[in-house]
Design a protein around this ligand. Structure first.
Ligand code: PMP
Length: 366
């Protein structure tokens, strides 16, 4: 077996240690300090002692990893990040109330689309006219004092644009989509009203989404909604209002534990900076053979889109990469070109292999 370096944007590479643990648990689960369960974790009731322990450990480890204060609840939900983009409006805004959106890429558009049936979406700032290559200056944002929340996309997975700082939004709570950068660097949760993240990039497998929400905000009445769309109901049921995605939750727990064992977010922040620097230096030092158009101050450390100087070389580049054991590099259809997603499970050696391949390809095609 030879596992490739996988640069896929999500579902994305998982740590090999996690996959091996899951493989061992697949036939028969033995939890820490527990007797053998006699069945796979995926076959056990979510109400049984084995899974309740898995769920509880996942939350304890996630709280410790990210540094989530007690004033914040953590929910583990199905439905992906896209579902949260609708639920935040339903749960926290009165019908038709303004909500401010800062638009910095494709996923900001998705967030707006999902919220629009429920709130008066106001675009407080946008970098769309310039092709989503920068974060609009905070001084130029036009925020509404009566907004239910301000929404940002902390890291735009397709456009490769990232907030470097947490913007100040006064009394209006800041809501952020951290799907593609959570746990990649220290995060001051206390500056946010709500953070959501689909797990399939930095936290584990697809099929489960984490919502971190300031508890006092849950007292807002929001809009009429069924219990299954109500964060309070999910919290009251410990995220088990209905059958939770237990296998995904279990894998998330293993991944989060792995990140803690590796040394936590500070260690991953350092690795991320090193990996990103290596890749951007290779692109910038290629005399225009490769190109990344994002404003240097807003370049993502997680998702790095790049273009070959001649798009006719794309197919050959990708085929050669595959042969070199580098997969998942094809850019999103919105932008074309290439994209390397280098989340926490991507070792520095993977980026070294990619940049060596890029230099070699350039040498032979220049
Ligand atoms: N937000 C961001 C930043 C994303 O990268 C993605 C998926 N790539 C989404 C939202 C949508 O997530 P999901 O497919 O889990 O709904």
């Amino acid at each position: 077996m030879s596992r490739a370096y996988n640069f896929s944007p999500g579902p994305a590479a998982l740590p090999e240690d996690v996959l091996r643990r899951a493989q061992a648990d697949m036939l028969e689960y033995v939890g820490p300090g527990q007797a053998a369960a006699g069945a796979s974790i995926v076959e056990l009731s979510h109400r049984g002692p084995e899974f309740l322990d898995v769920a509880q450990r996942a939350e304890v480890d996630l709280r410790a990893l990210i540094g989530i204060p007690d004033a914040y609840a953590v929910l583990f939900l199905a439905g992906g990040a896209t579902t949260q983009q609708a639920l935040i409006a339903l749960n926290f805004a009165a019908m038709g109330q303004p909500a401010d959106y800062v638009l910095t890429g494709h996923w900001g558009h998705t967030a707006i689309k999902q919220a629009r049936p429920y709130v008066d979406v106001r675009i407080a700032a946008s970098s769309e006219a310039e092709g989503f290559k920068a974060i609009p200056d905070r001084a130029d944002w036009r925020l509404s004092a009566d907004a239910a929340y301000v929404h940002i996309t902390a890291n735009e997975t397709i456009h490769g644009v990232e907030f470097r700082d947490t913007p100040e939004t006064g009394d209006v709570p800041l809501f952020a989509d951290f799907s593609s950068s959570i746990a990649s660097e220290p995060l001051d949760v206390g500056r946010y009203g709500l953070i959501y993240a689909g797990a399939q990039k930095n936290l584990g497998p697809v099929g489960i989404t984490v919502v971190i929400v300031r508890r006092d905000l849950l007292e807002r009445s929001g809009q009429p909604r069924a219990g299954i769309f109500d964060y309070r109901a999910h919290l009251a049921a410990d995220s088990m209002l209905n059958t939770p995605p237990s296998w995904n939750w279990y894998l998330l727990g293993l991944t989060v534990k792995w990140m803690r064992d590796e040394g936590g977010v500070e260690v991953f922040a350092e690795r991320s900076r090193a990996k990103a620097r290596l890749l951007y230096d290779t692109i910038d030092g290629s005399d225009g053979f490769y190109r990344n158009d994002v404003d240097v101050a807003a370049r993502s450390r997680m998702n790095i889109p790049f273009f070959l100087h001649d798009a006719r070389l794309d197919a050959e580049f990708l085929a050669g990469a595959r042969e070199a054991g580098l997969i998942g590099l094809k850019g999103h259809r919105v932008l074309g070109g290439m994209r390397a997603s280098i989340y926490n499970a991507m070792p520095v050696a993977g980026v070294e292999a990619l940049t060596a391949y890029m230099r070699d390809f350039q040498q032979h095609r220049s």
